[in-house]
Design a protein around this ligand. Sequence first.
Ligand code: TMP
Length: 202
Amino acid sequence: MTVGKFITFEGIDGAGKSTHIAFVADLLHARGKTVITTREPGGTALGEKLRELLLHEKMHLETEALLMFAARREHLAQVIEPALARGDWVISDRFTDATFAYQGGGRKLPLSKLAALEQWVHPHLQPDATLLFDVPLKVARARLQASRSPDKFEQEKADFFAATRAGYLRRAAEFPKRFHVIDSAQPIDNVHKALEKIVASL
Ligand code: TMP
C-alpha cells in the first residue's frame, strides 16, 4: 500500500518543465513533506547507464521502448516504491506518460504494446498528479536551439515533437483527473500561481 504521493512532470523537450521542479519541491518542503526528486530515464545507477544508451545510441524503436520500461522497473523497485511506502513525496521528471507521448506519439509505436508494458511494469501504480507543461512547438524549438549538445531526441524534427505533444494531450484527455495541463508559455509568475494551486489541492 502506498502512503506518500507521486507527482510526475511531463512535456516535450523545451517545454520548460525542469525549471519548475525545484519550485514545487520547495512548496512541499515548506509544508513539512519529505520530498525525493528523481528522473526518467534514470534515477538509479543502472537507470542512468540505460539513459546514456537511450539518449545517444541508435537502436530499434521497440528496443528503445523496452529499455525505457526496463529502466522504469528498476526505478520503481529501488526508488519510487520504497519512498512512497515510507510516506515520502516523490517528484519524477518524466514517467510512463513520456513513453506514450514519445514512443507512442513521436515514434508511432502501437499504443496497445506500450499499454501491455505498462500493465506488466506497474499494474497498480499511477501518479497522484501529472503536471504537463505545454507550449506551442515554436516556443519549445526556440528554447531547444539554445542547447549546445543536443541528444538523440532533441535532434528530432518539428513533426516528431508535434506528434509527441499530441500524444501528451491525448493522454491528458484520457486521464483528466490526474493531469494538470499548464500553459508553460505564460509569464513565470502565472505558472507559479498555477503550481501553488495544484500543490494546495493535493
Ligand atoms: P529529459 O531531457 O527531460 O531528461 O528526458 C530525456 C529524453 O528522453 C527526452 O527527450 C524524452 C525521452 N523519453 C522518452 O522518449 N521516453 C520516455 O519514456 C522517457 C522517460 C523519456
